[in-house]
Design a protein around this ligand. Structure first.
Ligand code: HEC
Length: 152
């Protein structure tokens, strides 16, 4: 057997128990887990944007454009990641029931993030000055959603 395929199959065998146990996870717990992971990634990418916008890290056009594009991609996952209504479930979460009660507005807030992250990536291509202005809008779209849909 081809060496690479052999290595791949070996790797899959080891991963299988993990994948199977993930499938066994309670669906509400799994949904909370997934959206938590998405938001953690959102925070991870935003950290660099904040550091570059506040002068803690040297501004780089390349890094700023990448972060903006990644945040737009992550933003596009919010709808699916929050699709399952867990408001009546016993899960540890900071998501307020309003996420599913005002789902249209929640979707609009997700779209605002996608738009502002895309605008940030475009502005960042023009340098630190335009990027800083776009950063304010971008940060506002995280805050704008958290204010209404995330518990303290
Ligand atoms: C459309 C709404 C929405 C937008 C936009 C949004 N968030 Fe969130 N965020 C939430 C909700 C709801 C939670 C709580 C999730 C939970 O506990 O299930 C959350 C949680 C978090 C958390 C805590 C991790 C966790 O799940 O406990 C971080 C960090 C975070 N968001 C970062 C960000 C950043 C950074 C941005 C902007 C780049 C952003 N979010 C944009 C709704 C949003």
């Amino acid at each position: 057997m081809n060496h690479a395929i052999k290595a791949l199959l070996l790797g899959l065998c080891c991963a299988l128990p993990v994948l199977v146990s993930a499938a066994d996870e309670d669906p509400d717990q799994a949904a909370a887990h997934t959206r938590h992971a998405l938001m953690e990634l959102m925070g991870w990418n935003m950290k660099t944007v904040v550091a570059m916008s506040t002068g803690k890290q040297e501004f780089s056009v390349e890094a700023a454009v990448i972060q903006g594009e990644r945040l737009a991609q992550l933003g596009a996952m919010i709808g699916d990641a929050f699709a399952r209504d867990t408001s009546a479930a016993e899960v540890k979460t900071a998501a307020l029931p309003a996420v599913w009660q005002d789902s249209e507005d929640f979707a609009a807030k997700s779209q605002a993030l996608i738009d502002n992250a895309t605008a940030y990536a475009e502005a960042a291509a023009g340098g630190a000055g335009p990027a800083r202005k776009a950063f304010i809008q971008l940060g506002g779209s995280c805050k704008g959603c958290h204010e209404n849909y995330k518990a303290e």
